[in-house]
Ligand binder design. Sequence first.
Ligand code: PAZ
Ligand code: MN
Length: 744
Amino acid sequence: MDSQHWQSEGPNTGNTVIKATGGGAHKYADLFKERLGISIEKEDEMDCLVAGANFLLKAIRHEAFTHMEGQKGFVQIDQNDLFPYLLVNIGSGVSIIKVDGDGQFERVSGTNVGGGTYWGLGRLLTKCKSFDELLELSQRGDNRTIDMLVGDIYGGMDYSKIGLSASTIASSFGKAISENKELEDYRPEDISLSLLRMISYNIGQISYLNALRFGLKRIFFGGFFIRGHAYTMDTISFAVQFWSKGQAQAMFLRHEGFLGALGAFMSYEKHGLDDLMVHQLVERFPMGAPYIGGNVRGPPLGDLNEKISWMEKFVMKGTEITAPVPMSPPGTTGLGGFEVPSSKGDALRPDASNLNVGVLHLVPSLEVFPLLADPKTYEPNTIDLSDHGELEYWFTVLSEHMPGLVDRAVASEGGTDDAKRRGDAFARAFSAHLTRLMEEPAAYGKLGLANLLELREECLREFHFLDAYRSIKQRENEASLAVLPDLLLELDSMDEETRLLTLIEGVLAANIFDWGSRACVDLYHKGTIIEIYRMSRNKMQRPWRVDDFDIFKERMLGSAEKKPHSYKRALLFVDNSGADIVLGMLPLARELLRRGTEVVLVANSLPALNDVTALELPDIVAEAAKHCDILRGAAEAGCLLVDAMINIQDSPRESSLSVPLMVVENGCGSPCIDLRQVSSELAAAAKDADLIILEGMGRALHTNFNAKFKCDALKLAMVKNQRLAAKLINGNLYDCVCRFEAAN
Ligand SMILES: CC(C)(COP(=O)(O)O)[C@@H](O)C(=O)NCCC(=O)O
Ligand SMILES: [Mn+2]
């Protein structure tokens, strides 16, 4: 888990105990004791395997995946509906284990024809020097030269009566008996593929029969034989699908190489992970994790300097490894498993795990947002990056943003040499992530645009850029606060209906201040903040591309047929600093307060681009409250303005209403929000809420555009990316979305 935990143990005092499992735990125990004074405590291999698999399947959302025809598909496993399952561990031999619960399992079967058989026979038949070389050979093989196919027996025809196609293998290596050929006459590539398919099909078939024997729906495959090899997974999947006639599916584990080690870790008493919940665990991918290819390389990384220089080496190593992998969509043949693997497909990456190793953080305060209509089917991302075209587009966009972002980040730290060095390291680290994900989009789990945007923020933080947009945010807040009084006067002179429309227009118009959008940043060179804000407001033309304003208006103000609805509490998920919050969301909050609705401003816990944070908001509200009694009274009632900095007695109150205004943090530090993991404060504040307003592209479009809630929801955003506008709303850059969805 966190390296700090290990570091805090202090220097080795001679009685350190490390839990370990597998052959190595026996083989090297004496050496560890002799050289390092460390005692290796051996744990049972099968216990560890099962404990490791159980932990991963419960703790990591995107752990299990299917692999068919070169495509990974993540499977969401319900923590409460995991057992029983079949675990097939393919090492030298194969163990088939029925798992009924934590510590409850039985080895129900196995086969001596496993990875060792493939490697042993393969070595004898091809003269390969390593297991990886043998696997790599199979990648270029054509097994039809050796295997006897149904078509070979039936003159190229299918044996349709019993459902066998001409390309089905009738007999592995069967052609060798009828041809007058010697071993040298066969290509090693073909031999390797034929062997791989023979063994994988056999394992797939035996596993399926065992699943059938115990009535199990799920079969997870793991072990050294698989090691991320796409074609091996495809063959096993194909076998399971073929024998089960599509009733069963093979699944694989993302951290399959670590089952035993994790299980050994789980055997420590008091590791505190017994009651873990998936929503409390956050997987991050720091470049500083001292792992390459599943091996720890060197001591835990201490200070930032150490991290930067290690990262430089790591990236060099990464480039070495990743260079030969083609930048094309991952895939094998796409042809039903009986075809030969395409050499253009996923190259073999024996060390595919090198950058996949995340660090799991336990954040006990995270909760599932209680107002999600159905947390089980909720998917935060609107854009799925498993679509290669999308990934390529966003990869390019984010790569092009990099120089500007680095300049901004370095400037935010005073432009010192140290900041420049960190800036370089950040750029290299984030580029390495992007390159890695281009090659293997599923390397870190299911990949959506929100994950990429969050990864960028995490990466900045990793290199100690805590708030790259600090000065921009301050400047924009000040400029906007200066014009707020005039805006409030203008609003107050309007009738209710015009005011509501102007307020929503104001939110949409002010959402243009987005430093994460290339198009908007280009715009900022063309005028002052206020000029751009005015221009944006003047351009507001209804109907917007998505325009549910009239439904929202009817709900708020009522109509001839309907009475107005009085919301008890509204959660306003706010977005950017400056005009967005000051001239957009705060005036809307004020309107809700005026109507007797409690308002909770939900802001980021950590900075992301120019988003306003929960820490910054109270000061902004305090400044705004100087010009507005409604905000002031509500903020005081909500204890937001603790030390009432203004002399309230002196100014007459606009309203006697004083329902509270609160600020809560959302638990995240990204431009998007995953509502499966929010702060406990937000979860608590949500209990009484009956209206949710999600604002901005990140929170309302990239994520949550399709989210359904238990209460009314208003999604407001200006679309500041042409491609997204075209794809999502069949519209154009700067089009607006005002989507209102009544409670489910
Ligand atoms: C990062 C963002 C989601 C932030 O938008 P916001 O939530 O502030 O409205 C947005 O700027 C974005 O999607 N940018 C895409 C890159 C671009 O078009 O340049
Ligand atoms: Mn934003």
